[in-house]
Design a protein around this ligand. Structure first.
Ligand SMILES: [Zn+2]
Length: 466
């Protein structure tokens, strides 16, 4: 009886039913969940992401719901549970991934009679019907099932305990499995277990036909469930993040004028005009117009120093456009550290600046060997990996600290000069030569010799900025 469910898995693979999948991002944001999971396991199918509250999403033309994670600060609210149960009863498939210490995933799994528990014993064994010889990942978590006869076990550990199992709920199917049975890299380079997981997901979805000719849409970061308009600045957030919205808006508003003073120029028109809140403590992004901010970054809202650095960082990415910087990542954090100083966190900010510079000195004590890409004019071997990162960040910080000793407002002067001299109409690329030319104009003296002395292959003749 257990195997018959799995034989059907292989049969379903042959028929390839249309899958319309929704990958939930609202309970926990990750770059992996944003498209990578679908690329690895739902090839040839339609998949969308949902950045807003799950229960607000129209699931009429969807047949697969992928729940990868839920941040410990959040949970599946009763409206979510009702939406999930309704979806299952109509024949939809739900893939619930979990780890043993994930409270919210466990709370949801228990409603259906499963618990993510610690301690799977390797090696993991696939059931024969999956058609694979071995299973990757999955170690560390096993499932405790309340009524084992209701479940079809797909993978078990060496002791016979389930690690992935599927059951019927209403007309639909629920798959509960260890999170490590799927990939996680943002570059989608780790499609672990795709050989059996992809057909299992198709089988999950098969209970609810979808219509590929009808619209099937997810929901992006903008517009969020709530959109607040503050004199043109739009703040988007899901219902789940409402408790953090006020604190996030407040700090972003306090950072902005301080940042603008440091940058010396206002944001370009339309840039960073929308902020979306992300349910994560790690990572954010800037697309120019939209900035995505992690609401629990650096212990926020209890602590705000790292959040100041982070908001500044993402804002600077928008601020420097249309031309990204040669030191795009480090300068964004460096400006964040200066804003931290201005907002009462000087000790911590200076510690971060010194630590970053010290990282570069390990490889280049006199700061004369390498450019920001780890290349050397003096024949030293090219840097890679962690050493390259140390140089890229530490040398950027060191250059700016040196220039700031000469002119404390050099950063503002630099960005003012950049706006004046590097216009998209006259400049087509903005690399090291253009950067040094603009810096020279900002400082009022020729910096090309100084940069060459410190390892940069730059020349004024090669600069598009005159
Ligand atoms: Zn960045």
């Amino acid at each position: 009886m257990i195997l018959s469910g799995c034989v059907a898995v292989t049969a379903a693979w042959a028929q390839r039913p249309a899958v319309h999948a929704v990958v939930d991002l609202a309970h926990e944001f990750s770059f992996y969940a944003d498209g990578r999971f679908a690329r690895q396991y739902l090839d040839g199918h339609k998949a969308v992401t949902s950045w807003g509250a799950l229960y607000r999403l129209d699931l009429t033309n969807a047949n697969l719901l992928v729940l990868l994670a839920c941040a410990p600060q959040l949970k599946y609210v009763p409206e979510d549970v009702a939406a999930i149960q309704g979806f299952l009863s109509e024949g939809g498939g739900v893939a619930l991934f979990g780890v043993s210490d994930s409270g919210p995933q466990n709370e949801l799994a228990r409603i259906f009679g499963a618990t993510f528990a610690k301690g799977a014993r390797p090696p993991l064994r696939p059931v024969e019907a999956l058609g694979v010889a071995e299973v990757q990942g999955g170690v560390g978590m096993r499932l405790a099932l309340e009524q084992p006869d209701r479940w079809t076990v797909l993978v078990s550990d060496a002791g016979g305990d389930p690690v992935a199992a599927m059951r019927r709920v209403g007309k639909g199917r629920l798959l509960v499995l260890a999170r490590s049975l799927a990939g996680q890299r943002p570059d989608a380079s780790d499609p672990v277990n795709a050989a059996w997981l992809a057909p299992v997901l198709e089988r999950l979805a098969a209970g609810k036909p979808v219509d590929p000719s009808r619209p099937f849409r997810g929901r992006g970061l903008t517009p969020g469930d709530t959109v607040e308009d503050h004199d043109g600045l739009k703040l988007h957030y899901s219902d789940y993040l409402k408790p953090y919205a006020r604190a996030m808006f407040d700090i972003s508003q306090r950072v902005k004028p301080v940042l603008e003073a440091r940058m010396g120029v206002p944001l370009s028109e339309g840039m960073a005009s929308e902020i979306g809140l992300l349910a994560t403590g790690g990572g954010g992004f800037s697309s120019g117009r939209v900035i995505g901010l992690a609401v629990w970054w650096g212990g926020f809202p209890e602590r705000e120093d790292s959040m100041i650095e982070f908001i500044s960082h993402e804002s600077v990415h928008s601020w420097v456009l249309p031309f990204a910087e040669i030191w795009n990542e480090p300068i964004a954090t460096y400006v964040g550290n200066l804003v931290m100083i201005d907002m009462g966190h000087a000790e911590e900010a200076n510690r971060r600046i010194e630590r970053t510079i010290a990282g570069a000195r390990k490889h280049d004590p006199e700061m004369r060997l390498y450019d920001l890409e780890g290349k050397s004019l003096s024949g030293a071997p090219r840097l890679e990996g962690g050493a390259l990162r140390d140089i890229h960040w530490g040398k950027t910080y060191w250059i700016w600290e040196e220039l700031r000793k000469e002119r404390p407002d050099i950063l503002a002067r630099y960005f003012q000069a950049k706006r004046r001299l590097a216009q998209p109409g006259t400049v087509t690329s903005y690399g090291p030569n253009e950067t040094v030319a603009v810096l020279s104009a900002a400082l009022g003296r020729d910096l090309f010799p100084w940069f060459r002395e410190h390892g940069f292959d730059v020349a004024r003749e090669r600069s598009q900025v005159l």
